[in-house]
Design a protein around this ligand. Structure first.
Ligand code: NUP
Length: 221
């Protein structure tokens, strides 16, 4: 995944045509498109290949099962054309290893959720987030999913893992996080859903977020 605008679109719409229209509209301002249960359950796995025409695809299935089931899920995800999969880390090292093994067979990437961005993410996940981040680094994951709603946590995780893993960070806009803050805290990409796909002009919304990040990286903020 090439780092250019530092924006990943979370495409949680449930209509195939709308998904394709938005993906085409915003393509120059996003480095990847994240698809998850809402869109895939509504339209089928084939949407991954259709959207892959516009950007690399991250499949957000938050895979969280025993190793054998994780392996079967990841095989389906990569066969469907996804470039990366998001998995949970709390299921433990053996479950994560199964995902990473399949990803390496397909030469694809695994992102591990260390702590979720919603308020409930601080209840059970936050206390184990650093252990999950360490495990992900040791297991050879490509990156972590860490909360833009808590930039101080992203900073902490970045300090812990150094440059070993990339960090993609959801929670910008609709959940209250600010793109430039979380990039300043050490995230490599922000993940943005509603603030882009629900905007009157998704293209302008994506362009604005990309410009905010560019200014931050240039030290203009
Ligand atoms: O901790 C997480 N928080 C989160 O919001 C992990 C995620 N994968 N997400 C996803 O990011 C969420 O499911 C949605 O697809 C996207 C954020 O969307 P929005 O709040 O910008 O609309």
């Amino acid at each position: 995944m090439e780092r250019n605008t530092c924006v990943i679109l979370a495409l949680d719409v449930t209509d195939r045509k709308e998904a394709i229209r938005i993906a085409e509209d915003v393509r120059e301002f996003v480095d990847a498109i994240k698809v998850g249960y809402p869109l895939i359950l509504a339209t089928g796995l084939r949407i991954i290949r259709e959207l892959a025409e516009f950007a690399p695809i991250i499949a957000d299935f938050k895979v969280a099962d025993i190793p054998n089931t994780n392996r079967l899920i990841c095989e389906q995800v990569f066969e469907a054309g996804a470039d990366a999969v998001i998995v949970q880390g709390f299921t433990g090292r053996d479950s994560l290893d199964a995902c990473i093994e399949v990803a390496s067979e397909y030469r694809k990437d695994v992102f591990v959720v260390s702590e979720m961005s919603h308020p409930g993410g601080a209840e059970f996940m936050q206390p184990v987030a650093e252990a999950i981040a360490k495990m992900a680094a040791e297991a050879g994951a490509f990156g972590l999913v860490a909360p833009a709603t808590r930039p101080e946590r992203v900073k902490r995780i970045r300090k812990l893992i150094g440059d070993k893993l990339t960090i993609i960070s959801p929670g910008v806009g609709a959940q209250g996080g600010k793109a430039s803050d979380v990039i300043a805290a050490g995230a490599d990409w922000v993940i943005v859903g509603r603030s882009i796909y629900k905007a009157e002009s998704p293209k302008e919304a994506a362009c604005e977020i990309a410009a905010e990040i560019e200014a931050e990286l240039r030290g203009e903020n």
